[in-house]
Design a protein around this ligand. Structure first.
Ligand SMILES: CC(C)(COP(=O)(O)OP(=O)(O)OC[C@H]1O[C@@H](n2cnc3c(N)ncnc32)[C@H](O)[C@@H]1OP(=O)(O)O)[C@@H](O)C(=O)NCCC(=O)NCCS
Length: 163
């Protein structure tokens, strides 16, 4: 059954219009809390994905997780995610010159309650975005962020604490 759901997710879910996406996501078993809204994504390839309550995911979310067990994506409550945000849970160790994409690695991503992720941000494998963080548009987050700080740039660095 999950295999069928995944196939459906990859081929049809990502083309489902905004006003229908919540309904389809819930049928597929993606956990979405009350009062959360999810616009049509660019690409989501996992059912291993949950969204808390009062959260908003804007258009063209790109999730690369391949439904691997350890590549779970957890989005908290009251989170706002801007358009074209990328969450990448899959990585490789750098291999030998014969094949640089070496040993496969999969890591979860967690977005803490209250965070705001600006548009076109990339979040790398294993990153935990602390509660109440703001990640400025176009940043790339390589490491965990402390709660209630503003992070900017590539790699994203904290530029100030937020009240
Ligand atoms: C971060 C943001 C919220 C601004 O917060 P702010 O507290 O008003 O910050 P400021 O504009 O005072 O900028 C503070 C510093 O960060 C820099 N900065 C802000 N946003 C930046 C970004 N996206 N990329 C690089 N640097 C950025 C500013 O240049 C400034 O640097 P300086 O002190 O050297 O001049 C805003 O820039 C942003 O990224 N918003 C997201 C917009 C978005 O994605 N909208 C889609 C709908 S969700």
């Amino acid at each position: 059954m999950n295999r069928f759901k995944l196939l459906f997710l990859r081929h049809f879910f990502n083309k489902t219009p905004d006003n229908f996406i919540l309904f389809v996501a819930k049928i597929l078993g993606i956990k979405i809390g009350v009062n959360s809204f999810f616009r049509t994504p660019d690409y989501v390839d996992t059912l291993n994905f949950s969204i808390g309550k009062n959260s908003f995911i804007n258009k063209d979310l790109f999730v690369y997780s391949h439904n691997y067990t350890n590549a779970k994506i957890t989005i908290g409550d009251n989170v706002f995610i801007g358009p074209k945000v990328k969450m990448v849970c899959v990585d490789h160790k750098i291999g030998s010159s014969r094949q640089r994409a070496g040993e496969h690695i999969e890591r979860p991503i967690i977005i803490g309650n209250g965070a705001w992720i600006g548009m076109n941000v990339t979040i790398m494998p294993g990153v935990v975005i602390g509660e109440g963080c703001v990640i400025a548009a176009n940043s790339t987050v390589l490491k965990n962020t402390h709660a209630n700080e503003l992070y900017v740039g590539t790699p994203a660095k904290s530029i100030r604490k937020l009240n």
